[in-house]
Design a binder for this molecule. Structure first.
Ligand code: NAD
Length: 293
């Protein structure tokens, strides 16, 4: 039976370390890191994420700035707000919650955020820096995946890693990070053939396809590390909501060596890594060396 990699606990420990770094910044240079979160419109899931982000930001001692804009906000108005935040010295991290309403071009918006404050790591400059080995701000969920994989095995060097999914948000950046960890990385996607066979070769699987319980036990090499990024809200016969991942957890846990649960795996790491990025951004903007997080 696989050992469970506890994302909730790992995230809690990371937040405790972040709180220490925040206090150090306050004491040494009198600066409080600030994170601004922008939500346009009223998407149910986004509301919950934004609330959680604000709560956890305050809990680690950072300043949290929430900007809730109506659904009918124009692209120009949103760009104006980003410009204001880019120039606000009390704001070190800017996050625009996705998805944005259809009439707003999210690429244009994300590219307008100052790369040094782009704590989501989605700006092309940060994506390029990650690809070329620069000191980027790296997308939060992928960083969380790697931290969790390293809980199972501190040194990932030489492992065959298979990432299922090639999105800019998860699949591509997590692949880059695993390459940096000296893994041999295969990126599988919706057009890959013989996915089960590809995954079966993996010592480390990152499932980020957005397909509920797609990864089955007979796809998994015995003892492999399985990181499940998927989040799916399902309703059972009694009408109860249950969160599921991209991995058929119960059966895969019988074969894998280590596995992240859903909920309680990658999910909690995402916000913790966002706070981490905000502290890193604050340090860099104030000419300090990166914190040891
Ligand atoms: P996406 O839809 O942008 O990308 C999915 C990727 O999976 C695509 O590259 C596609 O080629 C690939 N794919 C789709 N179907 C496939 C199939 N049948 N076989 C192989 N590959 C397939 O999704 P995303 O934004 O990368 O998110 C992926 C999942 O992770 C979603 O369930 C999302 O909800 C979840 N997610 C979780 C967190 C978190 O904090 N835990 C954060 C971001 C995304």
């Amino acid at each position: 039976m696989a050992q469970i990699i506890d994302g909730k606990l790992t995230a809690k420990n990371l937040r405790a370390q972040i709180a220490v770094e925040v206090q150090k910044l306050k004491d040494s240079i009198g600066v409080t890191p600030g994170l601004a979160v922008v939500l346009v419109g009223a998407d149910g899931a986004s509301e919950v994420y934004v609330k959680n982000k604000a709560k956890q930001t305050s809990e680690v001692g950072m300043n949290s700035f929430e900007h809730r804009l109506p659904e009918e906000t124009t692209e120009a108005e949103l760009l104006m707000l980003i410009d204001t935040l880019n120039n606000d010295p009390s704001v070190h991290g800017i996050l625009v919650q996705l998805p944005l309403p259809k009439h707003i071009d999210d690429k244009k918006i994300l590219s307008a955020i100052l790369p040094a404050k782009d704590v989501d790591g989605f700006h092309p400059i940060n994506a390029g820096m990650l690809a070329t080995g620069g000191s980027a701000l790296v997308p939060c969920t992928p960083v969380g995946c790697v931290i969790l994989a390293k809980q199972a095995k501190a040194d990932l060097t030489g492992l065959n890693a298979v990432v299922i999914g090639r999105s800019n948000i998860v699949g591509k950046p997590v692949s880059q990070l695993l390459l940096n960890e000296n893994c041999t990385v295969t990126i599988a996607h919706s057009r890959s053939q013989n996915l089960a066979e590809i995954v079966k070769r993996a010592d480390l699987v990152v499932a980020a396809a957005g397909q509920c319980e797609m990864v089955k036990a007979d796809w998994i090499k015995p003892g492999a590390i399985v990181i499940d990024v998927g989040i799916h809200r399902t309703v059972n016969e009694e009408g109860k909501t249950k969160l599921k991942g991209d991995v058929a957890y119960d059966e895969v846990a019988e074969v894998a060596g280590y596995i992240t649960p859903v909920p309680g795996g990658v999910g909690p790491m995402t916000i913790a890594c966002l706070l981490r990025n905000s502290v890193v951004a604050c340090c860099r903007l104030h000419g300090q060396s990166d914190p040891d997080l």
